[in-house]
Design a protein around this ligand. Structure first.
Ligand SMILES: [Ca+2]
Length: 325
């Protein structure tokens, strides 16, 4: 059984990733921490409770809410262009789920990350699918926190410099560049982050028929999920045939790295300047022998960039059918 902690900012693709992990019989979700991003953390945590409640897991999986602010410079961009709507679920509210907010832990997300990393030292797999503020704070509170992780999989950044919120930057890193930069700068050599980038998720799409995700959902849970996801741009394809579901891709890679078709080991860092490339992931493509390169250590971390995913293998994974699951 793989012990997994998900740090997320739900966001419909976060919810899809959570439903997939819930479906997996070999995954034990030991905690879900929520960060600001697609919506405020206080709203995102409600969305987490909704998907847990739909799966009758709201009392079994602890949920922690993080800070509402970024580390340094507040980024107003998401408030102006909330891609997943103001409530993170494309502003769909019909057939909503009653939640018990008293189930939200009194412990903050960063403290929970520190404590769960110690409790499950050496066996905790971290899936980070939002801005990296909670991780950065946890790694500051306990400098040895990340050394205790079995793995870290991140959805964020870019492989070839094609951003989404800006020409150069992907949303999660752009939203809190200093947090992303801090995580890489402080990453221990014992952990090599696996990074599923924006372009990789864009190139490797899910097929609706394979994940049982289409307009004719039969169960309440399937309808609930579909009604919220279809508001996202990529879900409005005429035939509802292929979907870019960024966080779901990262979750699939985290559960089974056999789905990775090609990857690169590189030194990576994040640009924190205020110019056109703020929030961009910088990859030193010169460093194919990256494990031996020491010169960048002040800001760079060795990471595994996922470039291609075998979607045939992904579509065959246990638990992949998030619709009517
Ligand atoms: Ca997310």
């Amino acid at each position: 059984m793989k012990k997994v902690l998900v740090d997320c900012d739900p966001g419909v693709d976060d919810i899809c990733a959570l439903q997939y992990l819930i479906n997996r019989k070999d995954v034990e979700l030991v905690g879900i921490t929520v960060v600001h991003g697609n919506c405020a953390a206080s709203i995102g945590v409600q969305n987490v409770l909704k998907i847990l409640t739909l799966n009758n897991l709201e009392k079994k999986i602890p949920v922690f809410v993080g800070t509402e602010s970024v580390l340094v410079a507040e980024n107003e961009a998401w408030k102006k262009m909330p891609f997943h709507g103001k409530n993170g679920l494309c502003d769909v509210t019909e057939n909503d789920v009653e939640i018990d907010e008293s189930l939200i832990s009194k412990k903050g997300a960063a403290n929970a990350l520190v404590d769960l990393s110690s409790e499950f030292e050496g066996e905790l797999h971290i899936l980070a699918i939002g801005p990296l503020t909670n991780l950065a704070l946890a790694m500051t509170l306990d400098p040895k926190c990340a050394e205790k992780w079995a793995s870290l999989t991140i959805m964020g950044g870019t492989s070839w410099g094609q951003g989404n919120v800006t020409a150069a930057a992907e949303f999660n890193f752009f939203h809190d560049p200093e947090a992303a930069a801090s995580v890489f700068a402080k990453m221990p050599t014992s952990v090599i982050p696996v990074i599923v980038t924006w372009e990789t998720t864009l190139k490797n799409m899910f097929l609706g028929e394979k994940i049982n995700f289409h307009p004719e959902q039969k169960t309440f849970k399937g309808k609930w999920l579909w009604d919220r996801c279809k508001g996202m741009g990529s879900f409005n394809e005429p035939l509802y045939s292929s979907f870019c579901i960024c966080d779901f891709s990262a979750a699939a890679v985290m559960t089974d790295e056999n789905v990775v078709k090609s990857s690169r080991l590189c030194q990576v860092a994040v640009e924190c300047g205020n110019g056109l490339t703020r929030g961009a992931m910088v990859i030193d493509n010169r460093s194919q022998a990256a494990p031996h390169v020491k010169t960048h250590k002040a800001r760079f971390a060795l990471a595994k960039i996922i470039d291609e995913i075998d979607m045939d293998l992904v579509h065959a994974l246990d638990g992949i059918q998030i619709g009517d699951s």
